[in-house]
Ligand binder design. Structure first.
Ligand SMILES: [Zn+2]
Length: 264
């Protein structure tokens, strides 16, 4: 009984400790029941799985374009712990994602839509922002809470990756049968990734209005597809709210970051 109480105490203490985490850039408080180190280890492992399952593009120009934009965004992200890599998967799917640890995947389908580098930078910035802000870790924490209840908190204290954490990662990142089909992010995570993504793109020297034309294009594309919107678009609904929020923040981001970008 005392042992059990001790565990409950440890769990609660860990929860309080973890609840003190704050998102980079926005300072929003986050519930994170998993360490960033574990998240990154799982990200690296999954990146290897993706590369085993999918065929990489051999179109050198296309691959170089993604790498060039990616490297600039990565520089702006200033995350030395990450081992950045940028891969293009040869598949007509409108999708892109960044795993914790810095492995980024673009599908050729989304490259056909992002015709300007400013638009490509908007997608890159958005996906990198999800990883930097540890949105996957937050979704994993929700899955762990549902799965394990209070004792989930003890996972945060360990440095090794437990089977439960691994399972939660697969849930959060959709690493099951269909690679890269993520569980939807929450609305607040989406708008946070839009804002921070726009900042990263601007810091890297890309015109922030790329985000606006990107989401307008996505909206038109989703409408043309009707009910059958594919992966990225089903988890990234382009609402008038989203476009209005991007538009509202654009001027400030341009003035603060783009006009001072060192890399142009
Ligand atoms: Zn997103």
């Amino acid at each position: 009984m005392i042992r059990r109480l001790a565990w409950v105490f440890i769990a609660l203490a860990a929860l309080l400790l973890m609840a003190c985490a704050h998102a980079a850039y926005t300072n929003r408080s986050q519930l994170l029941l998993i360490s960033e180190g574990q998240e990154m280890a799982l990200g690296l492992q999954s990146a290897q799985d993706v590369l085993k399952k999918e065929k990489e593009s051999t179109d050198e120009l296309q691959v170089e374009r993604v790498k060039r934009v990616g490297r600039r965004i990565a520089f702006a992200a200033n995350k030395p712990e990450y081992k950045w890599e940028f891969h293009v998967i040869d598949k007509d799917v409108v999708n892109a994602f960044c795993l914790p640890g810095g492995k980024v995947f673009f599908y050729t389908g989304i490259l056909n839509l992002t015709t300007t580098n400013d638009e490509l930078a908007a997608v890159m910035g958005h996906e990198v922002a999800h990883a930097l802000l540890r949105h996957g870790g937050e979704r994993m924490s929700v899955a762990l809470m549902a799965q394990l209840g209070g004792s989930a908190a003890s996972l945060a204290l360990g440095s090794t990756v437990s089977p439960a954490a691994s399972q939660a990662f697969n849930q959060a990142y959709g690493m099951g049968a269909q690679v890269g089909v993520l569980l939807p992010h929450s609305r607040s995570q989406e708008s946070e990734a839009d804002e921070v993504g726009m900042i990263l793109a601007a810091k890297a020297g890309y015109e922030p209005s790329g985000a606006l034309s990107l989401w307008r294009k996505m909206d038109a594309y989703a409408k043309s597809k009707g009910q059958n919107v594919p992966g990225f678009l089903s988890t990234h609904p382009t609402t008038t709210d989203r476009i209005a929020a991007i538009q509202a923040k654009m001027g400030a981001v341009r003035a603060k970051y783009y006009q001072q970008a060192e890399l142009r």
